[in-house]
Write a protein that binds this ligand. Structure first.
Ligand code: 5GP
Length: 186
């Protein structure tokens, strides 16, 4: 059976990566999403092992020591990492696997797997990004400011990615990402 490919989907916090990716895996049977590990606390409605593997810093460090992550990074004061085993298993089964991760981790993955495709999601504008970030009402002001600052740093690394998609109307953005994946299949 043909192995799947890795797609790195990055973009600033609040840009709507999660919404795009969720829609993609609902619509396409052969696309899987990697569930990351994180040391941040769950937001309201987030479920352990579904949205993230929520864990302590010690548990996270333990996985690093056992070489259990494809990549990991510190982002706005918390650690995030992609567990190896599940991703390799899905690739072997022929699924294309999406890693919805921030830029430092995205660059690590693209360096390790030169055949991985990096897709950067851009907001239609910075005011729209800020509005979306505030609209989800899950972060305090300090966190929002930190994420907006990080957004600018992340967007300056867009040239490390293979292509970008602007997240204006959601259906359009989903179709654009789906088309990139479709065209990349051989
Ligand atoms: P959030 O706290 O908003 O869920 O995620 C913050 C940032 O961490 C987002 O840009 C998200 O894509 C990224 N992220 C989620 N999982 C991972 C991961 O496994 N590795 C890395 N490097 N970033 C991740």
């Amino acid at each position: 059976m043909k192995k799947g490919k890795i797609y790195v989907v990055s973009g600033p916090s609040g840009v709507g990566k999660g919404t795009i990716v969720k829609k993609l895996i609902e619509d396409y049977d052969n696309i899987a999403l990697s569930v990351s590990a994180t040391t941040r606390s769950p937001r309201t409605g987030e479920v352990d092992k579904v949205h993230y593997f929520f864990m302590s810093k010690d548990e996270f460090t333990d996985i690093i020591d056992k070489d259990g992550f494809i990549e990991y990074a510190e982002y706005c004061g918390n650690y995030y990492g992609t567990p190896k085993a599940a991703v390799y298993e899905k690739l072997e089964q022929g699924f294309d696997v999406i890693l919805e991760i921030e830029v430092q981790g995205g660059i690590q993955v693209m360096e390790k797997f030169p055949q991985a495709c990096g897709i950067f999601i851009l907001p239609p504008s910075m005011p729209v990004l800020e509005k979306r970030l505030r609209g989800r009402q899950s972060e305090d002001e300090e966190t929002i400011q930190k994420r907006l600052q990080t957004a600018k740093e992340e967007m300056s690394k867009i040239n490390r990615y293979h292509c970008f998609v602007v997240n204006g109307p959601i259906e359009r953005a989903v179709a654009d990402v789906a088309e990139i994946i479709e065209k990349n299949r051989d």
